[in-house]
Design a protein around this ligand. Structure first.
Ligand code: GLU
Length: 326
């Protein structure tokens, strides 16, 4: 489902701002589209004649064995969670097959959510008790630094800049930056075609930063979330959405009549589990847990029941980068 546009923190540049009357019209159109999409997702089907919209089926998800007894006294984050009685994990809520929150039940699902749950089980917590909190791309480091969350699983690229602020276990998946356009788009086939085009991405994301640096001719539009970018694409307010292929394929799979992913990925986005910087004990425990879940088949089963539904067969997970304590 593509939720209705949320208020944004980052304003749309003046160049990409439609006229007031048009804006009202397109907002109404965006809302109608979002409702249509939501109705389709709820009913389990898209528009008449299109294939059913498949979401992760709870019965196909693996059941993760909880490690008991488990102790990690050298991790202040784990100790805090233990006295609280459950883990608090940051995630995304609008990324199909990765991290999605059902607006009716409040239940989160997707590959990132499964990774978060299998990690919880390996840390000795019942995965059903994990409390998920939606945190946008631009707010992840602050949320980890403030202790708002114990760890973060949400298409979070590991890089040296972010490593100065947070720690990363993993990677557990390798994505790459790509482009989403309307199905009838003929001119945009890759990032080389973005000059003068309005391109939307999330504030604080690596794809946004890459566009700014490597494709300065593109007219950048930033919102807090990719679902708002997709609504803007469907209503002709932007010409493309750029972020990780894993995210874009999910949106395209939900409305294949309207959207397509074009070109080859033009970056490497290794996904890590964000932890508070300095909590090396937690980071190493998560590295061990990932290795074990990849080895025992849980990783693959989780992938196939979630992200695999957007059409890409399970890849080999990338090698875990257990970098020295920091
Ligand atoms: N993986 C990229 C990043 O961490 C893009 C996806 C996202 O914004 O979560 O910035």
């Amino acid at each position: 489902m593509i939720p209705a546009p949320a208020p944004t923190r980052t304003p749309t540049p003046a160049t990409a701002r439609p006229l007031p009357r048009l804006r009202a019209l397109s907002r109404a159109l965006a809302l109608a589209l979002a409702l249509l999409t939501a109705a389709g997702a709820v009913a389990g089907c898209g528009r008449p004649g299109s294939p059913p919209v498949k979401g992760p089926q709870p019965e196909s998800l693996p059941v993760y064995r909880v490690a008991t007894p488990f102790q990690l006294p050298s991790s202040p984050t784990w100790e805090k969670a233990r006295s609280r009685g459950h883990l608090v994990v940051g995630a995304k809520e609008d990324q199909p097959y990765l991290g999605e929150k059902d607006p009716a039940t409040g239940v989160y699902s997707g590959f990132d959510i499964e990774i978060a749950k299998m990690m919880a089980a390996s840390l000795g917590f019942d995965p059903a008790t994990v409390e998920f909190r939606t945190i946008a791309s631009a707010n992840r480091e602050t949320a980890l630094q403030n202790g708002q969350i114990d760890y973060y699983v949400g298409t979070y690229t590991i890089n040296d800049n972010r490593k100065k602020q947070v720690g990363f276990a993993g990677p557990y998946y390798m994505a790459g930056q790509s482009l989403l356009v309307r199905r009838n788009e003929e001119h945009i086939k890759g990032p080389q075609d973005l000059a003068g085009k309005r391109v939307c991405s999330a504030a604080g994301s690596t794809p946004y930063q890459r566009l700014q640096k490597d494709f300065p001719q593109a007219v950048l539009v930033a919102y807090d979330t990719y679902s708002v970018c997709v609504d803007n694409l469907l209503t002709y307010q932007v010409d493309a959405v750029s972020t990780d292929d894993s995210i874009l394929l999910g949106y395209a799979a939900k409305v294949p009549d309207e959207l397509k992913v074009v070109g080859k990925p033009f970056s490497k986005e290794p996904y890590g589990i964000g932890v508070p910087r300095g909590d090396n004990a937690l980071r190493f425990a998560l590295d061990d847990a990932l290795a074990a879940r990849e080895h025992n088949g849980d990783w693959k089963k989780a992938y196939e029941a979630t992200l695999g539904l957007s059409g890409v067969p399970a890849p080999q997970p990338p090698a875990i980068d257990r970098y020295p304590a920091s």
